[in-house]
Design a binder for this molecule. Sequence first.
Ligand code: NAG
Ligand code: NAG
Ligand code: NAG
Ligand code: NAG
Ligand code: NAG
Ligand code: NAG
Ligand code: NAG
Length: 480
Amino acid sequence: MILTILCLFLPSLHATISRMHVISQPGSEFLPIDSSELLLSTMAPNRRRCAIACHNQWACRTFDYDSISQRCRLYEGDLTTGSIVTSSSASSIVMSIELSSNTCASTHNQPCEACIDSRYEQCLNNICQCPPRTYWNGSECLLQLFQNQTCTQADACRKDFNLTCLPTYINTFTYCAVTTVPVGTTVAGQVDGTAGSATDSLSTPRGLAVINNGTTLIVADAGNARVLSFNLLQKSTGSVIMTTPSGQYPSYVMAYQNSIYVGNPAGSLVQILPSNATIPLSAPYLQSCSLQYFNAPSGISMDSNGSIYVAGQGCHWITRWTGAIPSSVAGISGSYGSTSQQLYFPSGISIDQQYGFLYVADSSNHRIQRFDLDGSNIGITVAGGYGPGPAAYQLSNPLDVCVSQKNGAIYIADYGNNRVQRWDINATAGVTVAGDPAGSPGVTPTELNGPFAITLDPINEAFLYVSDFNNNRILQFPLT
Ligand SMILES: *[C@@H]1O[C@H](CO)[C@@H](O)[C@H](O)[C@H]1NC(C)=O
Ligand SMILES: *[C@@H]1O[C@H](CO)[C@@H](O)[C@H](O)[C@H]1NC(C)=O
Ligand SMILES: *[C@@H]1O[C@H](CO)[C@@H](O)[C@H](O)[C@H]1NC(C)=O
Ligand SMILES: *[C@@H]1O[C@H](CO)[C@@H](O)[C@H](O)[C@H]1NC(C)=O
Ligand SMILES: *[C@@H]1O[C@H](CO)[C@@H](O)[C@H](O)[C@H]1NC(C)=O
Ligand SMILES: *[C@@H]1O[C@H](CO)[C@@H](O)[C@H](O)[C@H]1NC(C)=O
Ligand SMILES: *[C@@H]1O[C@H](CO)[C@@H](O)[C@H](O)[C@H]1NC(C)=O
């Protein structure tokens, strides 16, 4: 490769003069991977004039010039988003603007006086920043990449093409992928996230369930110490169907036919509506890790025989009640840890009726464990398990899991990452179905702030419902 430097003496307002390098042999031209990289195709009497034209367009990084036809083409791309190919004209060459760490390091994040004449950085929100369609990689402004190009940083992909840097498998490269942003509808609580105690508002909602053929939403409105019912056929205010003593927050909710079960951690029991019976019957409030008691009951589920499963969060195990008979099905009571037999603050749980699997959101191990219901008590990690983090193969404090009865995929309330992930069977990474894939919290219809619990619409799983804990609202997302 020939490398020469053409120093420009420009009669321009810019104090910083771009250095230009010839980066090809004669007889070459630039081939961008995306045609949108071509900014301008014009004529110039000589190579220097073509270079000045490039210098004067902030987006231009590369140009090719043919001294016979005098064609001067300016490209936004560089060798990361295009390549040098043989030209039909022997007089065509490719040149590029010099970019190196010292072209922006002295201006980046400085007050705007620093970049007022800069070729490389722009004044945005009163500080010098990388121009649009570039990102700061720690030392310079690099071009954002196109679809399927490998990337290593979250903001490395063309945002204007709706691309994000998608981590796929552990220890493999990531690439820029199109992500469609799911938009949620607020079906309970306030759209703007305001908490309240009137029946049109919620305060730190926890568990939720959808019953009556998808027409009724039940919400554990924890901060208001009550359980509300909403009619989903019309935008409605809630009806109070249960109150708990102040400070005794209702937690997870499980609906089965016309029964509704609510975990009540402070009371250490499960209350059943509409009969108001409890499990165990007349249980005293005891923070005991023995079978007969619940210590901070969280997730609740039911198998095809009608046995009820409850995650005893405070004792790190899951117990099953068949009628009045309790037994242990997963975890070791009072012993938390990360072996295949242990759990660490188990939260939401879900049963796959078809295959006899119990899924557990093993929150402080940042993983989802799957157990056979045959009582073997050995869990296998089916999602996460690589420490807390926002990569697609990670989870961060998952608080709920919900298995699709259609295809066995699991949906996960990835609380610490402010998103809901779907992991298909045997997947090694999740796909974001609600919230920001990168994990940032927010209150717009595409964002979540601490998703606590999730449930699937009982009618063909057409919708996903999310209790958006810190936004004091319940969102409904269409599933495709
Ligand atoms: C930024 O990218 C350049 C060019 O690829 C590379 O030389 C440099 O080391 C990168 N800086 C950081 C901090 O990764
Ligand atoms: C990226 O990869 C996908 C899947 O292989 C393919 O369908 C698509 O056409 C590719 N896009 C580009 C721009 O190469
Ligand atoms: C990016 O997504 C937005 C919102 O969904 C859409 O309006 C826009 O057309 C998309 N842009 C491209 C280039 O696909
Ligand atoms: C439940 O809803 C579905 C679709 O909305 C409808 O086709 C079906 O008839 C309903 N079933 C009952 C029992 O109301
Ligand atoms: C259940 O308890 C609630 C108070 O939490 C009460 O309003 C309701 O009438 C009770 N229901 C039954 C069937 O006893
Ligand atoms: C349900 O009961 C049957 C008969 O007792 C038993 O074979 C089966 O294993 C039970 N299912 C579960 C999920 O426990
Ligand atoms: C999926 O995992 C199961 C074990 O859970 C295994 O038996 C099966 O072969 C796997 N399927 C594929 C396609 O890897």
